[in-house]
Design a protein around this ligand. Structure first.
Ligand SMILES: Cc1ncc(COP(=O)(O)O)c(C=O)c1O
Length: 435
């Protein structure tokens, strides 16, 4: 069986379920997840990397989607976790992850986050600054524990063709490569931290494995320098996540500029098999070049595992010239269209020619509540069923209420049975929280 979305003769299905029937039986908007798609994605990811290099651990990036059944399934498939806050560690524990299999990452931990994670025996803390390192050392000392740390290194590679302002923003994460040796030296002198690893995360929806190859070269060279200059034996290289997805279009500011110049529109991601092959081959080659042993390679995929395992089924509630308004928008899928372009299917009109261009707006009164511009579609009417594809990552976990409550969330399990992951929110539940 083909998992996830497919267009058959005259209907659109998600796993074995017709979208039109799901929309009729449950109310829209409606999130639906496919457990089988999640399993297929995990296995494809694991195979793509591990067939070429065995010493790899996969740490699913929990913030991408922390529905408990999704976490439980990934755990049962062998995944470990990566969290950015104590809250995510709490969610993951509920899904039976052990804190000793979770890496903590992020530039803005509170002392409470650090204390909770150290008390629970977190695997490694990927610290983002010297300030964070000092706080980790102080808290570990107070708790009488020695903790494993890594630095998130900003490898100073140029990700985009044109220097966009987004790159300037990315610089807020991590320690620049040029300051790395000095950071490890500082850590080495501290009493309650043990530097064991080098980490990075070069961005999300990376389409070209070449950027990882550059990062690997720099990080492995750093590992070699740490050994020769400071006698630090690095045990792991953590490459973070960011592996692009072919069904999503990466749409950056520079794509928009190039598009205006008629040069190019979107960058399509390489296949995960190509990411796996090129990353592991470069990893092995660089280790050999620097005479380092077979260090562990840590990967933190988020989007790749869950993106197309979820869809959002919506209905058109208004049509106004070029604009169609659907009943779910950036309240449920907050990612900006300047970053990512999703696909859409009109489930009840999938066989009609796409003769019109529409802007697709969500229902909230936010100017930015636009999911697509100039989307080619059949002639649209109120009541049409629009499926927003690739709605599994950075959607529910980032969703907000604003003018509309969060909807029902279903899971089609691997036995093709439907269960609720969340029930639609009720006004009373929100009112009860307002004091
Ligand atoms: C440190 C770290 N690891 C992993 C991820 C997951 O990235 P992606 O969902 O693009 O694979 C993120 C996402 O922001 C991250 O910050």
């Amino acid at each position: 069986m083909q998992s996830g979305i497919s267009i058959k003769k005259s209907s659109v299905t998600f796993d074995q379920f017709s979208i039109e029937e799901l929309a009729k039986k449950y109310s829209t908007p409606l999130f639906v997840f496919s457990e089988q798609r999640l399993i297929d994605n995990y296995k494809t990811f694991e195979r793509s990397f591990k067939q070429n290099y065995k010493n790899i651990d996969i740490h699913y990036s929990i913030k991408t989607n922390y529905e408990l059944d999704i976490l439980k399934k990934l755990k049962s498939l062998g995944s470990k976790g990566e969290a950015a806050s104590a809250l995510e560690v709490i969610f993951a524990q509920k899904a039976k992850f052990s804190p000793s299999d979770i890496i903590l990452d992020g530039p803005a931990w509170t002392d409470e986050d650090i204390t909770y994670c150290i008390k629970k025996g977190i695997q490694t803390l990927n610290v983002d600054s010297i300030d964070e390192l000092e706080r980790v050392n102080k808290i570990a000392k107070r708790l009488k524990k020695k903790v494993k740390v890594s630095f998130r290194i900003f490898p100073e590679i140029k990700i985009s063709v044109l220097k966009s302002f987004i790159e300037g923003y990315i610089a807020k994460f991590g320690i620049p490569l040029s300051q790395a040796i000095s950071a490890y030296k500082t850590a080495q002198k501290m009493s309650h931290v043990i530097p064991v690893s080098i980490s990075t995360h070069i961005g999300s929806m990376i389409t070209d494995p070449g950027f990882y190859e550059q990062a690997i070269s720099r990080l492995i060279e750093l590992a070699a320098n740490l050994k020769s200059e400071l006698k630090i034996d690095i045990e792991e290289i953590n490459l973070g996540g960011g592996f692009g997805i072919q069904s999503l279009n990466y749409y950056s500011l520079q794509n928009a500029i190039l598009e205006k110049a008629g040069i190019s529109k979107y960058s399509k991601a390489a296949s995960i098999e190509e990411f796996g092959k090129r990353i592991t081959e470069t990893f092995k080659k660089k280790l050999a070049q620097h005479k380092l042993p077979g260090l562990k390679l840590i990967l933190e995929p988020g989007r790749f595992l869950v993106s197309d395992s979820g869809i959002l089924i919506t209905k058109v509630v208004a049509v106004k010239d070029k604009w169609i308004f659907i009943d779910g928008g950036i309240n449920l899928i907050p990612e900006s269209i300047f970053f990512i372009r999703r696909g859409f299917i009109v489930a009840n009109k999938c066989k009609l020619p796409v003769t019109h261009k529409y802007n697709i707006a969500g229902p909230t009164l936010n100017t930015a509540d636009v999911l697509a511009v100039d989307q080619k579609m059949p002639k649209m009417e109120v009541g049409d069923i629009v499926v927003v594809l690739d709605a599994g990552a950075y959607s529910l976990s980032r969703s907000n209420q604003f003018t509309i409550l969060r909807p029902d969330v279903l899971l089609i399990n691997d036995k093709q049975k439907i269960k609720f992951l969340r029930r639609k929110e009720k006004p009373e539940e929100i009112l009860n929280k307002l004091l």
